[in-house]
Design a protein around this ligand. Structure first.
Ligand SMILES: Nc1ncnc2c1ncn2[C@@H]1O[C@H](COP(=O)(O)OP(=O)(O)OP(=O)(O)O)[C@@H](O)[C@H]1O
Length: 643
């Protein structure tokens, strides 16, 4: 099993070693080398685009900064490659940190524009700072030396190949570690990510810095590969091509990055030679047509869905034989091919091929290395029992909290006192301010006035992730799971705080990281078992039924080791048996000493588990007491029934 999973890597290594031995034409070796260099850059770009879900058009600029750092250090100071490459990585990573700043403020098209502006500024500066960069004249480099002699083309290719393989292993380890999970979590739900103690701010910056580090590495290798660098290489067109490469190859995939790199390097060359283009267009037409026939025979698609792509590629192949010269059509064909891929293969070539393979073979998706119900260590304590110490003492105090949105007082001088080890219900009609209270308690809103003390310390002004780490976990009224991640990975994000390992531990798979990962997985599986989801561990959260998603959110919140658990309408949308199971789970958690604040519209749930109930109406607390007392209160009846 282990050997099988390493076969693609071994084949890649052997292929790369053999290439210069069998291909003598230096032009082809150079093309392959460029693909490897772009692949390294795309590994990094994929972290930002695929994992963190941000658009970056600034990576051509970062690539240029990497190239020019190496070029300048070589040209002005005569530094050797073993010094210029690390320097390029560091300098570019610093610029990556600068590029991350707008990403903390804006998203989507705005971020695309800001990053594009970054790339343009980088290119202009390189062009204008002639005293340092030689301006439009560019900088000439020689290939690095090996034992005093400049490397041959093949030797430099092997060096680039070795670095690409190391980069691939390192990136793969990063994205499969707690760090990669944090990246994905902030893409799927930034608010839940912060409330799991994983700071969105911090991890966005880390993602951009790492990504830029890879761009710097690629840029420095590129400068030696080309032996000449000039500012016009690092233009906006290249930035768009890099982004397209990720989209076409497939997000969140090392193979996707390599395929994307190959496409953007080879496609323009392919469109230079009409005969080569005819052959490739014919092969693509045959592959797509055969694939469509197979899919139709297995009834996994409809003739309507495959008609346009099949007609498109067959038409393109026929068109290539009609053409005498390709020169005038290059850009149109390039655009048409990109359009087909981006429109019909939204998960990229790798994503599409995986889905197609699974559909044709009828296999289900398996995730290598994921834990299963069978290999769980059932002795693991999934809840760090707080114990029943100090039961009845005050754990949380809400002191005259006012939360104003413009003229609306969503909370109007509300006081609450939550006792340790109890379940405190918070009820009230729609719009009475319950969720606003949850958001104030978890740092999503800063109250207009008043204070909140948790374990005698004010939480006002603390970030959501700081509050989460101090022991307050929550679920959300509108479930906020990390949809593209599996149930197990969702819990592992909650267990992020248990990891102390750093990037070096992760990259080298040092014992500290391996131990932490193993322990976290065991604990995550035990938590899943506790809420009855152990058999759905490897299912993507977005595919779970609604009731199970709510249970998964509770398990994820428990992973934080909270002392106080805030549940926002946990029974909403659950069936009667699910509600029964939920009540059992809540009582069991309470028995471990965890305190609850429970917002709920299901009165039978509130009545059966709550020790105390506070009632809000139009942002004001109108009643408080034991469930039966509150139920009989005139003001409460009036608030609910309006009579
Ligand atoms: N970010 C915001 N900006 C403006 N108004 C808001 C904001 N958040 C909440 N409100 C308003 O504050 C009031 C209280 O809303 P809140 O969501 O806290 O009520 P709720 O008791 O949780 O209601 P429900 O039971 O329907 O969830 C509502 O009038 C709501 O429109």
């Amino acid at each position: 099993m282990k050997l099988k999973s390493h076969i693609p890597l071994l084949v890649t290594i052997v292929g790369l070693i053999c290439l210069p031995l069998f291909v003598e034409n230096p032009y082809y070796i150079h093309l392959a080398e460029t693909i490897l260099i772009y692949t390294i850059l795309l590994f990094g770009l994929d972290i930002v685009v695929g994992y963190v879900g941000q658009v970056s058009l600034g990576h051509a600029g970062l690539f240029g900064i990497g190239s020019y750092t190496a070029g300048i250090l070589f040209f002005h100071l005569g530094w050797p490659i073993w010094a210029t490459v690390p320097a390029s990585i560091i300098v570019t990573a610093i610029f990556g940190g600068i590029l991350a700043l707008p990403a903390l403020k804006v998203i989507g098209p705005y971020l695309a524009m800001v990053t594009l502006a970054f790339g343009t500024i980088a290119q202009i500066l390189i062009n204008e700072m002639t005293w340092l960069t030689e301006g439009p004249l560019g900088i000439k480099l020689t290939r690095p030396e090996l034992m005093g002699v400049p490397m041959t083309k093949a030797e430099y290719f092997w060096l680039v190949a070795a670095i690409m393989i190391i980069a691939m292993i390192v990136v793969d380890r990063f994205v499969k570690s707690q760090m990669g999970r944090a990246f994905e979590a902030l893409r799927d739900s930034p608010v839940a990510c912060d409330c799991m103690g994983v700071s969105v701010y911090r991890f966005k910056v880390i993602a951009f810095v790492i990504s830029a580090g890879f761009a710097g590495l690629a840029g420095s290798l590129y400068s030696y590969s080309e032996q000449y660098i000039s500012p016009n290489t690092y233009n906006n067109e290249l930035a768009v091509l890099f982004l397209l490469a990720i989209i076409m190859g497939g997000r969140k995939s090392r193979l996707g990055a390599a395929i994307g790199a190959a496409i953007i390097v080879l496609l323009p060359k392919l469109l230079d030679d009409i005969n080569l283009f005819r052959i490739v267009a014919s092969i693509i037409a045959i592959v797509v047509t055969v694939g469509a026939i197979m899919a139709l025979s297995k009834k996994i698609t409809t003739p309507k869905r495959v008609a346009i792509p099949v007609a498109g590629v067959v038409g393109l192949a026929a068109f290539s034989f009609w053409l005498n010269s390709i020169a005038d059509w290059r850009l149109s064909i390039f655009g048409f091919m990109i359009l087909l891929v981006v429109y019909y293969l939204q998960n990229g070539i790798v994503g599409f091929s995986k889905t197609f393979y699974l559909a044709i073979t009828g296999k289900t998706k398996t995730t290598v290395g994921e834990a299963t119900a069978e290999n769980t260590d059932s002795s693991v304590d999934f809840i760090s029992a707080v114990g029943n110490k100090n039961t009845g003492a005050e754990l949380l105090k809400v002191d005259s909290v006012l939360m104003q949105f413009g003229g609306l007082k969503a909370l109007n001088n509300v006081d609450l006192s939550i006792k340790r080890g109890t379940i405190h219900g918070l009820i009230g009609p729609n719009g009475s301010g319950k969720s606003t209270m949850m958001n104030v308690l978890t740092g999503i809103y800063i109250p207009t006035s008043g204070n909140v003390f948790y374990a005698d310390e004010s939480v006002v002004g603390k970030t959501s992730s700081e509050i989460a780490l101090s022991g307050i976990a929550r679920t959300f009224q509108n479930v906020q799971l990390f949809g593209e991640m599996t149930a197990l990975q969702n819990i592992l994000v909650g267990l992020h705080h248990t990891f102390k390992s750093n990037m070096l531990d992760i990259a080298l798979h040092l014992p500290r990281y391996l131990r932490e990962e193993r322990d976290a997985r065991n604990r995550a599986m035990a938590l899943l078992k506790f809420v009855g989801l152990e058999n759905l561990a490897n299912e993507e959260a977005r595919n779970l039924p609604y009731g199970k998603q709510r249970l998964l959110e509770i398990a994820r919140a428990l992973a934080l080791d909270p002392e106080l658990l805030l549940l926002d309408e946990p029974a909403a949308g659950l069936t009667a048996p699910d509600i029964k199971e939920l009540l059992r789970i809540i009582r069991k958690i309470r028995d471990n000493g965890i305190t609850f604040i429970l917002i709920e519209h299901h009165m039978d749930v509130v009545m059966s588990v709550c020790d105390t109930v506070s009632v809000l109406d139009f942002g004001q607390k109108i009643a408080e007491g034991k469930p039966a007392e509150v139920q009989a209160d005139e003001k409460v009846i009036h608030a609910y029934l309006g009579t």
